[in-house]
Ligand binder design. Structure first.
Ligand code: NAD
Ligand code: UFG
Length: 337
C-alpha cells in the first residue's frame, strides 16, 4: 500500500514509518516540521535499509498544499499523527490547539473524500477517558476529556465517526495510546522534546544527563501502592506495530474501529525511577512536590480487544523502555541533534 503519514517525522510517526517500510509498504510523510527535524527522514531510511521514504513539507491547515500531495500520489491509506500535544499549553492557547488539531483533521478528511482515499488510522489518546476512577479503561468506557488537548482528540473522534456514517465505504481506525516511551533499538530515532520536558520519561532522561538537577515527583499521597501516580507505559516500537496490524486487519473493511494501545500494566512514578536507575546504573535525584493539576491517580488500559482482534502483543518490558530511552538520548547527543 502507499500510505500517507501526516506528522510522520514526529516521535510516534517516525517509528510507525519504519514499521510500515519493513512490512513492504511505501510511505509518504507530510509534516510541517513544527516539532520535528528533517534529519529524521535520513535516519528512517538508514534503519529501513533498501526502502526510501518520500517527504513533503506542508501544513495541514493549508488545504491547497495538502491537496497537492493527494494529487501527486494515489494513497491507499492515511495515518494521521500531525497535531500539537502539550496538555498544559492547550489550556492557555486553546484556539491554537483547535485550529491545528481539529481544522487540520477536517482538511485531511476533505482531501481524502475528494481523492477517494478510504482508510484512515488516527492517533487518539487515553486522555479522552478523563478523570474517571473506573480503571482499567475499556474502549466503551465513558469519554470525559478534561483539557483542550484532550477535547481536540474527542472532537476529532466524533468527526471521524460522522464522516464514516456519511461515507459508508470508509474505514476509520481510532487508536487510543496510553503513555508512549522508549525509542528505536538502533538509537537513531526517538522522542526529541524541545526545551524542558513535560513528560516523565524525557524528564528522567534529562536528570540522568545532568541537564536538570532533580525530578519533581508530582504527589506522594495518591491512593496507590506507593502514593505516586500509576500509568500504563508502552514502548513506542510496540505502539508502531499496533498500527501496521490495525491497517492489515481492517484493509478490506468499512466501519469505525477503536482500540486501546497500552500494556494493561500500571507502573508508578517511583517504580519507573527505580527501574531506570537499575537498568542504566545512574542515580536519579528526585523530590516529592505538590500534585500536578489535572493528573489522575491511576490510568491503565484494558487491552484485550487489541490482543484478540489484532493479535497485538507488546513485547518490550519496562526495562527495555528505560534502556532504549537512555540509549537514544546519548546517541542523539553524539549525533549532535
Ligand atoms: P510529535 O510532536 O513528535 O509529532 C507530531 C508531528 O506533527 C510533528 O512532527 C509536527 O511537526 C507535526 N505537525 C504538527 N502540526 C502539524 C500541521 N499542522 N501540519 C503538518 N504537520 C504538523 O508527537 P507524537 O508524540 O509523535 O504524537 C503523534 C500523535 O499521537 C499526536 O497526534 C499526539 O497527540 C498523539 N498522542 C501522543 C502521545 C504521546 O504521549 N506522545 C500520547 C497520546 C496520543
Ligand atoms: N510526572 C512527575 N514528574 C514529572 C513529569 C511527570 O511526577 O516531571 C508524573 C505525572 O504526575 C504523572 C506521570 O508522571 O503521574 C506521567 O506523566 P506524563 O506527563 O509523562 O504523562 P501523562 O499521563 O500526564 O500524559 C501523557 C501525555 C498525554 C496523553 C496521556 C495518555 O502527556 O498527552 O499520556 O496517553 F494524553
Amino acid at each position: 500500500m502507499i500510505v500517507l503519514l501526516t506528522g510522520g517525522t514526529g516521535y510516534i510517526g517516525s517509528h510507525v514509518c519504519v514499521e510500515l517500510l519493513n512490512s513492504g509498504h511505501d510511505v509518504v510523510i507530510a509534516d510541517n516540521l513544527s516539532n520535528s527535524k528533517i534529519g529524521v527522514v535520513e535516519r528512517i531510511n538508514k534503519i529501513a535499509g533498501n526502502s526510501s521514504v518520500v517527504f513533503r513539507k506542508l501544513d495541514l491547515r493549508d488545504y491547497e498544499s495538502l491537496e497537492l500531495v493527494f494529487h501527486e500520489f494515489q494513497f491507499d491509506a492515511v495515518m494521521h499523527f500531525a497535531g500539537y500535544k502539550a496538555v498544559g499549553e492547550s489550556v492557555y492557547c486553546p484556539l491554537k490547539y483547535y485550529e491545528n488539531n481539529v481544522q487540520g483533521s477536517i482538511n485531511l478528511l476533505k482531501a481524502m473524500l475528494k481523492y477517494n482515499v478510504k482508510r484512515i488510522v488516527f492517533s487518539s489518546s487515553a486522555t479522552v477517558y478523563g478523570m474517571s476512577e473506573d480503571v482499567p479503561f475499556h474502549e466503551y468506557s465513558p469519554l470525559n476529556a478534561v483539557n483542550p488537548y484532550g477535547r481536540t482528540k474527542f472532537f476529532i473522534e466524533e468527526i471521524l465517526r460522522d464522516f464514516q456514517t456519511a461515507n459508508k465505504d470508509v474505514m476509520v481506525c481510532i487508536l487510543r495510546y496510553f503513555n508512549p516511551v522508549g525509542a528505536h533499538k538502533s538509537g537513531l530515532i526517538g522522542e526529541d522534546p524541545t526545551g524542558i520536558p513535560n513528560n516523565l520519561m524525557p524528564f528522567i532522561v534529562h536528570v540522568a544527563a545532568g541537564e536538570q538537577k532533580k525530578l519533581s515527583i508530582f504527589g506522594s499521597d495518591y491512593s496507590t501502592p506507593d502514593g505516586t501516580c500509576v500509568r500504563d507505559y508502552i514502548h513506542v516500537a510496540d505502539l508502531a506495530l499496533g498500527h501496521t496490524l490495525a491497517l492489515e486487519k481492517h484493509k478490506q473493511d468499512s466501519g469505525c474501529f477503536v482500540y486501546n494501545l497500552g500494556r494493561g500494566k500500571g507502573i508508578s512514578v517511583l517504580q519507573m525511577v527505580r527501574t531506570f536507575q537499575k537498568v542504566n546504573g545512574i542515580m536519579i535525584d528526585y523530590e516529592f512536590s505538590e500534585r500536578r493539576e489535572g493528573d489522575i491517580a491511576v490510568s491503565y488500559a484494558a487491552n484485550t480487544k487489541a490482543y484478540s482482534v489484532l493479535g497485538w502483543k507488546p513485547e518490550n518490558t519496562l526495562e527495555d523502555m528505560c534502556r532504549d530511552s537512555w540509549r537514544w538520548y546519548k546517541n542523539s547527543k553524539l549525533m549532535k541533534l
